[in-house]
Write a protein that binds this ligand. Structure first.
Ligand SMILES: C[S@@+](CC[C@H](N)C(=O)[O-])C[C@H]1O[C@@H](n2cnc3c(N)ncnc32)[C@H](O)[C@@H]1O
Length: 320
């Protein structure tokens, strides 16, 4: 289970001192309902709103981004970025996950148009020795003007951009990405459809796809009833249980993502697209392959391979 780093949990906890849990729950529920009805983060208009958003969503989006970065680091273990931009940063989620993944980052720029969420990001105060700039701005403008960085990230943020503006913003983000562009979206059919569109646009601009795809040919799930997404399980905090009226001590977050790179190599191995099916006779894997899902059975008599396949999980990479 991927929990929040202790410094974020402690910072949130200190901001929650003296906050009425009833008020927090009321705002959290109003925000969740509005999101479900298609509203954007513009509905977050007060410090309490920003805090309610962070209590409900920050742990899950953090866990999703951190999992996508774990996949990415497996592809390029020697990559040690120096600089990073998190656009549509909200409370700083993707930047905090990237600073956890890559201790080499010496400078981060966090951009958001929402002053309350940006202020919360600032107040969380990452214990980072390097510089962190907080910039309030519209993505359409800042995407093209922000300084180049080794890694540019957009986590659960392009979701809120109108379709007509997306390709321009994506092109600008790719132009600003010195080495890598990381996009994370909700793990829904709609989120996956957007990821597919970004993939086509980025390939047309010469990007190499690093993850999660195992290749740069046609995605096997383009015309499939399944969609490419992954899952993380994370613990629920006491306040999360309260504001969500939940009683299960964990939650599951589904996410889709895309990592495009330049000069870092390209995809290798086969990504496991679903939880492996294990029987006494074989482990059956759904693997990402050009234009089709490769349903591969590894039989018990293939002793070492069977033992290795039993350890695989959804989202893992296997070098066949
Ligand atoms: C759902 S939140 C995600 C926040 C954070 N990246 C995360 O993963 O938790 C979407 C964020 O994108 C920001 N955003 C949406 N449209 C934007 C735009 N046009 N320009 C700048 N920021 C934008 C919102 O203000 C909000 O902070």
């Amino acid at each position: 289970m991927t929990g929040l780093p202790a410094w974020i949990a402690a910072a949130l906890q200190s901001k929650l001192e003296n906050v009425s849990r009833n008020d927090l729950r009321e705002r959290a529920q109003a925000i969740s309902n509005a999101y479900r009805a298609g509203a954007s983060s513009d509905l977050i208009r007060s410090d309490l709103d920003a805090l309610a958003y962070a209590v409900v969503r920050l742990p899950a989006t953090y866990a999703a981004v951190r999992a996508a970065l774990t996949h990415t680091m497996e592809m390029v273990p020697d990559f040690a970025p120096q600089s990073l931009v998190d656009i549509g940063c909200g409370p700083g989620t993707a930047a905090w996950a990237a600073l956890d993944a890559w201790r080499s980052v010496s400078h981060a720029t966090l951009i958001d148009r929402n002053p309350r969420l940006l202020e919360l990001a600032r107040q969380l105060r990452h214990p980072h020795q390097g510089g962190i700039d907080f910039v309030q701005g519209e993505m359409a403008k800042t995407a093209g003007t922000t300084p180049k960085a080794d890694v540019v990230m957009a986590s659960y943020a392009l979701t809120e951009i109108p379709a007509a503006a997306l390709s321009g913003i994506l092109g600008a983000l790719w132009d600003r990405a010195g080495k890598m562009l990381v996009i994370v979206e909700p793990g829904t059919v709609a989120g996956f459809q957007r990821i597919l569109a970004y993939r086509d646009l980025l390939l047309a601009q010469g990007a190499r796809i690093l993850a999660p795809c195992s290749h740069e040919s046609l995605c096997p799930l383009v015309s499939n009833e399944r969609w490419c997404h992954f899952g993380v399980r994370l613990p629920r905090s006491r306040d999360h249980l309260i504001v969500k009226d939940a009683d299960v001590p964990f939650e599951d977050e589904k996410f889709s993502y895309l990592v495009a790179a330049r000069d870092l190599g390209s995809a290798w191995g086969h990504r496991v697209l679903a939880t492996p099916r294990v029987s006494k006779a074989a482990v059956t894997l759904s693997l990402c392959a050009p234009e089709r899902v490769d349903e591969r059975s590894i039989e018990r008599r293939q002793k070492d391979a069977y033992r290795a396949a039993k350890r695989l999980d959804w989202g893992d990479l296997i070098d066949l």
